[in-house]
Each structure stands twice: as C-alpha cells, then as structure tokens.
Design a protein around this ligand. Structure first.
Ligand code: ZN
Ligand code: ZN
Length: 343
C-alpha cells in the first residue's frame, strides 16, 4: 500500500509500505480521509518527542472496513466508520471505570513516543481494534467524520466543566479546538461566550461560530474587558486552549471568584501559575485529556449541523501531496486551518 512516511525529522516520503496485518479483534480500514492535526505538525521536527521516525502519522480518520478478524462481532465489511485516536486496553484500572482516555496501556494512533510505535492513517489502509470503532451516521461525509476527533476533545473539556445555564465563558485561544469548544459551550447553554486570541481572522471566525465577543489579547486588557462585560465580576468559566504562561494567566485573571478553569492546551510543559490568586479566589482547575466516549454525541451533532466542522476545513488534498501540506502548516501559512488528506 501507499503511505506518507515520516522517514526522518522534517522529511516525509510518499512510498510503498507493507499492508498492516490484522489481529483477530481488529479490522482493516481503507482510509478515505485523514486530517493533519496540530500535534502532527509540532511532532514532525522532533520537538514534542512523540513522533520518532520512521512513522506513519495520522489519528483523525475515517474509512470503510475491508477485512475483519475472526472475533469481530459488531461490524461488517463495507461499514463506514471512524475511530478513536486512542487505542485503550479495556482491562486496566482506568478502563474498567470508563476512563479510557487515562488507560495505563494507551497507544495513540500515528504516534511513537519511544515506548511504542503505532502506525496511523496517512496510508491506504490502517488496522484498528473493533472496540475503538464508531459507525458513521447516514449523510455524514468521510471528511466530516475525520474531524470528529478534535470535536471530541472540545466536548470532553466542556463536559468536565461545571456549566450552569446562561453562564459566561471565556475561551483563550481561537484555533481549531477553541473554535469547536465555542460551539460546544453554546450547545451546553452558556449565555455569553468571549473568545480571546491575538489573530483577528480567528476571532472573526469565532464570532461567526457563536462567540458574542472577540477580544484581542495583544490590544486590550482582557481581564478588564471581561469584567466590563460581566457586571464587574468576571466570567463563570474559562477554557484555556493554548498552553503557555500568558494564556493560562489571562484565563485565570478573567474568572470571577469561585469560577472554574479547564486546561486543554499544553504547548509548554510548565507554566508560571498564580497560586495565591487561585487559592484565595477559590478557582477550581481541571486538566482535560483527549476524550472519553464522546464520539457518538459528536458524530450526531456534526451530522445535524449543530457543530459546524466544514468551515474549519480549509483544504482537501491527495495523500501523495501530504509532504507539501505539512510544510505549509509547519510554516504557519495564514488562513490554513484543517487540511484533510485523501489516500
Ligand atoms: Zn488530533
Ligand atoms: Zn486500559
């Protein structure tokens, strides 16, 4: 089969690779669409340590089952499916209580952090276990289904946050996950959603997708503006979707006393944390990792239009041209959001 292989850091080669063998509990999927994730782009130069070459990346995908193992019961050949980015074991302490995103033996598709190498879906075929499969709703396109993974990450963060009807939410970072979180917060019943970014084009998109306000962190004093918009109190909840000191502090300073912060971004391994402010203002803090069973809800909401992923997909291209698209994303070409590759 043909695959896009990261042969060494910053070097992709589109080449012939052996077709994956399937275990008895696995299916072979003919990949129809696979999105390039920000973590793939960060990983290609070695800086994240999670894409050690040689590797076939790709964990945001959809396709058709073309072969199944003897023990696969609930899916047949020809089924249109998408799948979790995480292969969880189903048997450890965490899996047994439903926290599959925290699985002790988790392997992420298209990732090789050293302990394992799990080839992903930038290929004609990928093998995955039945337990991580999800059926695609009627009418959902392969491209839409390939975008369910980032949607599920946004949903998981929103689900972890205690939201009351009409709450005011601040979302720091209006990239892919931030823009999906804004839509999820709208569905969850927030009254006012304030998007924060330094890129006006992203804020414009945020406003189009349901944010009430878009604040430029490089132009205005965000916490002051948020207080002005919230009876001088501050926001009830905040989502941080960047992952650096400035963004974390902006999110915390924008909250009212007793507010709740959910951290999703994790660009920097450590940040400066305003300990006294968090303690004395009694801010609750959540970390949100990946997603945990939100796929079916997300697929439904993409299918019925409550979550708009189409507007975030800026390009679709053949997998053979993947190397050039990775480079354009790596160079942060303006206007590029989600790029989907088709084998
Ligand atoms: Zn991803
Ligand atoms: Zn497990």
């Amino acid at each position: 089969m043909k695959a896009l292989v990261l042969e060494e850091y910053n070097k992709f080669v589109y080449k012939e690779m052996p077709e994956p063998e399937i275990a008895s509990n696995e299916v072979l999927i003919q990949v129809k669409a696979c999105g390039i994730c920000g973590s793939d782009v960060h990983g290609m130069d070695g800086s994240s340590g999670r894409r050690i070459p040689p590797l076939i990346m790709g964990h945001e995908a959809s396709g058709i089952i073309v072969k199944k193992g003897l023990d696969v019961r609930n899916f047949s050949e020809g089924a249109r499916v998408t799948f979790d980015s995480t292969i969880y074991c189903g048997e450890c302490f965490y899996c047994r209580q439903g926290q599959i995103n925290l699985c002790d033996n988790r392997r992420v598709l298209g990732v090789s952090p050293g302990e394992y190498r799990q080839h992903g879906a930038f290929a004609e075929y990928v093998a995955v276990p039945e337990r991580i499969l999800y059926r695609m709703p009627e009418g959902l396109s392969f491209e839409q289904a390939a975008m369910v993974e980032p949607v599920s990450i946004a949903f998981h963060a929103v689900e972890l946050t205690s939201i009351s009807l009409n709450d005011t939410a601040v979302v720091v970072g209006a990239g892919m996950i931030g823009l999906l979180a804004i839509q999820a917060l709208r569905v969850a019943g927030c009254g006012k959603i304030i998007a924060v970014d330094i890129d006006q084009a992203k804020l414009d998109l945020a406003l189009q997708l349901g944010a009430n306000e878009g604040l430029r962190a490089d132009v205005v004093d965000v916490p002051n503006e948020v207080r002005r918009l919230t009876h001088n109190r501050g926001a009830d909840i905040a989502l941080e979707v960047v992952g650096n000191t400035a963004a974390v502090n902006t999110a915390i300073s924008s909250l009212r006393k007793g507010g709740e912060l959910t951290l999703v971004g994790n660009l920097a391994p450590t940040v400066e944390f305003p300990l006294q402010a968090v303690v004395t203002r009694q801010i609750a803090v959540n970390g949100s990792c990946s997603s945990c069973g939100e796929y079916p809800a997300c697929l439904d909401m993409i299918a019925d239009g409550r979550i708009n992923v189409g507007i975030l997909k800026t390009h679709t291209a053949p997998l053979a041209e993947g190397a050039a698209w990775f480079e354009r994303l790596y160079n942060k070409e303006p206007g590029l959001m989600k790029v989907i590759l088709e084998p």
